[in-house]
Design a protein around this ligand. Structure first.
Ligand code: EPZ
Length: 424
């Protein structure tokens, strides 16, 4: 596995530009399967390992995908395979997002069940329950989902939890269902709204997304479409915290301010100041300034618009240097504190009590060799390494490369002393 060596301790200064949102691009890429013999064009798709995996998966189903400048072109044939490639699916949980569109257009799908990962069991029971309610027959055999439906039918579906993936799968399936589908208690993440905008650009009659209640009127066939992927709010917040944890001054360009409101509010509470700017093209940027001291705060992760669980590890890493005791409660995933032990090896003082991290601020962190266990945990360890005195080696870097485009190049442009080590 690759690793990253960081010589920490210097304040970061400078500006970076956000990437397209990984968690918007992946469902939008899967949505191309609703097309038959037509083209989808996406702008601002980030260059990431997870995107490559989705390209691999869609290509194995028969879609031809090429890059044209900042645009990614998806040419979808009239018929596609309905059996997803095992290897690509097992690599990435988001592969389950082909379930809804494939079932809606082919009438059947065979998909290996996604595994759990280091942040929890991550079942897809809500996805399958919703599709069953729409008339699909679903069977799990030899670790695969076998789903079939002559014709999906629209109906009212209530999600026991506002699951992002279940909302996305059911929205896409509903586009080709017969009649109207109402999905209640849906996720309200910005990535859902980006997907809804793409589906509308296909001609889908979909509205009220973002309210926790989505209405989709089914149609026979969709049309060629195009959409731009929104900025990646989690990547933006990660670079903002890189400025905070190193006591530097960092600007991030191409930001949607509403999407990072929860983080900015908590930073303000912690005594961090920042400014917001809008250029003549109407593009927003955020600049964060060194704080004299970081006050301790309490956070509970929640579905959007609450504090995002995907920023929990990076925020905990930052709060290890606050001047008091902070509490961070994880309410979305079952086990998203694995990385805390790695931070404690760098001199942090984090105790886990149930689903809450109790973080006693320390004066400084010291470099160490640490292991990334998932994408955001890896980002948290990199942030800690940037602030720590001495050298930090973050191993299992592949996790981080899945979701952060050119992270070493971007951090170097902010003055970080970083080198990548090849596979051992
Ligand atoms: C999406 O995952 C994101 N991934 C995750 O980002 C993010 O952490 C998560 O939403 C929550 O915001 C993508 O969009 C590709 P969920 P998803 O379904 O859809 C439980 C990152 O770092 N659940 O909202 O898998 C589940 O176990 C990744 O970029 C069920 O019980 O998240 C979890 O506890 C990590 N049954 C909770 O709901 C189901 O059928 C939230 O899961 C589905 C989910």
């Amino acid at each position: 596995m690759k690793s990253m060596r960081i010589k920490g301790g210097a304040p970061l200064r400078g500006a970076v530009r956000s990437q397209g949102a990984k968690n918007a691009a992946l469902p939008m890429m899967a949505a191309c399967l609703l097309l038959k013999g037509q083209r989808m064009t996406l702008d601002n798709v980030p260059k990431l390992q997870d995107v490559d995996t989705m390209v691999e998966l869609l290509s194995s189903l028969g879609v031809s995908i090429k890059q044209d400048g900042s645009k990614t072109i998806f040419d979808v044939p009239k018929t596609v395979s309905h059996a997803a490639d095992e290897a690509s699916v097992r690599k990435m949980r988001a592969s389950s997002l082909v379930l809804g569109p494939l079932l809606a257009r082919c009438g059947s799908v065979v998909l290996p069940l996604p595994g759990g990962c280091s942040i929890g069991s991550r079942p897809i029971d809500l996805h399958l329950k919703g599709l069953t309610q729409m008339g699909a027959s679903v069977e799990i055999k030899n670790g695969r989902v076998h789903a079939s439906a002559q014709q999906l039918r629209g109906r009212r579906i209530y999600l026991d939890f506002p699951s992002v993936g279940a909302t996305e799968n059911l929205m896409m399936a509903a586009v080709l269902a017969k009649g109207e589908t109402i999905i209640e208690n849906t996720a309200r993440e910005p990535e859902i709204e980006n997907l809804a905008a793409l589906l509308r650009s296909m001609g889908a009659r979909i509205d009220t997304e973002g309210t926790g209640y989505i209405r989709v009127r089914g149609m026979e066939e969709v049309a060629p479409c195009a959409m731009r992927v929104i900025p990646d709010r989690i990547e933006v917040c990660t670079y903002i915290l890189a400025g905070v944890i190193t006591g530097g001054e960092v600007t991030v360009y191409d930001v949607t301010l509403d999407h990072i409101a929860a983080l900015l509010a908590k930073l303000e509470e912690a005594g961090v100041s920042f400014s917001v700017d809008t250029n003549d093209a109407g593009e927003n940027s955020v600049t964060v300034y060194a704080a004299k001291k970081l006050s301790p705060i309490s956070i509970k992760t929640m579905p959007y618009p609450g504090f995002p669980t995907d920023m929990q590890p990076q925020m905990v890493a930052t709060l290890t240097l606050s001047d008091g005791v902070s509490l961070v409660e994880e309410s979305v995933f079952q086990a998203r504190f694995l990385y805390a032990a790695e931070l404690n090896r760098m001199g942090a003082n984090i105790g886990i009590k149930g689903d809450t991290a109790v973080i006693q601020g320390v004066k400084s962190l010291s470099g160490a060799s640490v292991q990334a266990t998932d994408l955001r945990a890896g980002a948290a360890l990199i942030l800690a390494g940037l602030a720590a005195s001495g050298e930090t080696r973050v191993e299992n870097l592949e996790h981080v490369m899945r979701g952060y485009e050119n992270i070493d190049g971007k951090l170097r442009s902010l003055g970080a002393e970083i080198s990548l080590e090849p596979e051992e």
